[in-house]
Ligand binder design. Structure first.
Ligand SMILES: Cc1cc2nc3c(=O)[nH]c(=O)nc-3n(C[C@H](O)[C@H](O)[C@H](O)COP(=O)(O)OP(=O)(O)OC[C@H]3O[C@@H](n4cnc5c(N)ncnc54)[C@H](O)[C@@H]3O)c2cc1C
Length: 478
């Protein structure tokens, strides 16, 4: 075997697909009997719920998932969202369109809109325009070869707006444009940043934060049938290229033997010169015979982050818009946008009858929670989430409700204690130093949202592709 990939999260799938495309003999191990991790779709009592991720990016012209779909003929059905998301708070219902200029025009028409809105949205767009192409051409991120350095040189002008944001927070940029205290925009930015870079405008690194705001504005899609269908399609892509994907086959132990790693897993022992682990640093540590200092320092970043609490719902669907749609509900806009006070609610499309049955829709509703959280903390958050749903989205008529806690996410993802979402991208140099993937030991790499660039299905897939490319360049196989 040339390489073993542990885990079929999007980081692992991206890495395995890139290795298989390069002709490597790859074994992918997955603990569960379905792929996707935080972005998988699971079945319960005949319903098909998205575990976490519900919105995908990366299907625009030339972007990574689109490229893979076209090259490998992957069977996946991305449906453009009519509007990206509707933000609701007391006295506010703001539809965020999946188009930046429409968003700016809509904000500018609101009562009390400050003149700087246009400047802020233009600046945000310039930063995003400079950075998002890196997701279409992942070899640029970081430059892994002379050819990619040359490509960077050709784009140097587009990086100037990024330079202006270095070392600043999103709030700092908003303040400079005179829009930091304009409530509808500020709430939209804070709520969007919480779910993309896991922190608010006051703390978010401006470069990451402004770029992540494009998550809603850059052709977001709904994957028909659930996000797990995208993971299934990538698995089929790996198999079509000759790779092996083995489900219900947890990796239990890894150790070094000469120039190889030996992975003991549920169905056997496999040796390979390269192992790519789609795990949290602490989970990889627990598989190794001795701790590695780099893993403990990476884990320190992870535990600055969050767990998730969720409700998986079945609702009546006939009176709702037929397409899949998303709501960001805020109960109290003056309180932190976490712990049930802010809930992202994703509703399946009416024609996905295989997910819920005729006339019904499935819903994934999630919120952030600090860890560790006691059972009573979780119960309090779940109760507050229901209140937020009842008050802000009374049109959702719930017929079944399944609660989930960080322990559920630990089971869904193999992530110890249920740490999800990746480290908050707060202002600081560590965001940039992490941009250069390094092995944690010879021939052993980490991928996933605890590593750069992390934090979405697209970002983790790009990260997996970069790490696999680096390993191929290091000549680790054959
Ligand atoms: C609630 C929530 C909502 C989100 N919403 C969105 C969204 O709408 N859009 C978006 O793009 N992103 C979203 N994200 C972020 C996105 O889902 C994650 O960043 C991404 O999916 C993480 O991928 P990963 O590569 O880190 O792998 P993970 O998702 O962590 O998957 C790891 C995989 O490894 C397997 N595994 C673990 N241990 C072992 C072992 N020992 N042996 C074998 N297999 C093992 C697990 O079973 C799992 O399948 C959301 C995340 C959460 C939690």
């Amino acid at each position: 075997m040339d390489a073993i990939v542990i885990g079929t999260g999007f980081g692992g799938l991206g890495a395995a697909l890139t290795l298989a495309k390069a002709g490597a003999e790859v074994l992918v191990l997955e603990s569960l009997n379905y792929p996707g991790g935080c972005a998988g779709t699971f079945s319960r009592s005949g319903r098909r719920f998205d575990a976490g991720a519900t919105v995908a990016a990366g299907f625009g012209k030339g972007q990574l998932f689109r490229q893979w779909m076209d090259e490998l003929g992957l069977k996946v059905d991305p449906v453009a969202l009519v509007s990206a998301v509707e933000l609701r708070a007391e006295g506010l219902a703001l539809t965020i369109p999946s188009d930046r200029s429409a968003f700016a025009a809509q904000l500018a028409q609101l009562p009390g809109a400050p003149p700087g809105i246009h400047d802020f949205i233009v600046q945000q767009g310039r930063v995003a325009d400079a950075l998002w192409p890196l997701f279409a051409d992942p070899d640029l991120l970081p430059p892994l070869s002379l050819a990619s350095l040359a490509k960077h040189a050709g784009r140097a002008g587009s990086y100037l707006p990024v330079v202006a944001t270095l070392g600043r927070t999103v709030e700092g940029v908003m303040r400079k444009c005179g829009v930091a205290d304009f409530f509808p925009l500020r709430l939209a930015v804070d709520a969007g940043l919480q779910i993309t870079v896991q922190t608010d405008a006051t703390h978010a690194d401006a470069t990451f934060g402004l770029s992540a705001m494009d998550f809603w504005l850059r052709e977001p899609v709904h994957i028909r049938g659930g996000m797990g269908n995208l993971a299934d399609a990538l698995v089929e892509g790996i198999r079509g290229l000759g790779g092996t994907v083995s489900f219900a086959d947890r990796a239990k132990e890894i150790h070094r033997d000469g120039a190889h790693w030996i992975v003991r897993h549920r169905h056997g022992r496999t040796r390979a010169p390269l192992v790519i682990a789609n795990l949290l640093p602490s989970a990889l540590s627990s598989l190794l015979p001795a701790p590695l200092p780099m893993l403990s320092s990476l884990q320190k970043q992870v535990v600055r982050g969050w767990g998730a609490v969720a409700w998986f719902l079945v609702i009546r669907g006939q009176h709702l818009p037929p397409e899949a749609f998303h709501l960001q509900l805020v109960l109290d806009a003056t309180a932190p946008l976490t712990d049930g006070n802010h809930v992202l609610v994703s509703i399946s499309a009416a024609d996905e009858v295989e997910r819920a049955g005729p006339g019904l829709r499935v819903v994934t509703a999630t919120t952030h929670v600090r860890l560790p959280a006691s059972p009573s903390d979780i119960e309090r958050v779940q109760t507050l989430m229901r209140r937020t749903l009842d008050l802000r989205a009374p049109e959702l008529i719930i017929v079944e409700a399944l609660p989930a806690s960080p322990r559920t996410y630990a089971r869904f993802t193999g992530r110890p204690e249920g740490w999800v979402g990746g480290p908050p991208r707060e202002r600081g140099l560590s965001n940039y130093t992490a941009a250069f993937p390094r092995p944690v030991a010879e021939g052993l790499y980490l991928v996933g949202d605890s590593t750069f660039p992390g934090q979405s299905t697209l970002a983790t897939a790009v990260g997996g592709h970069r790490v696999a490319t680096l390993a191929l360049r290091a000549g680790l196989m054959h």
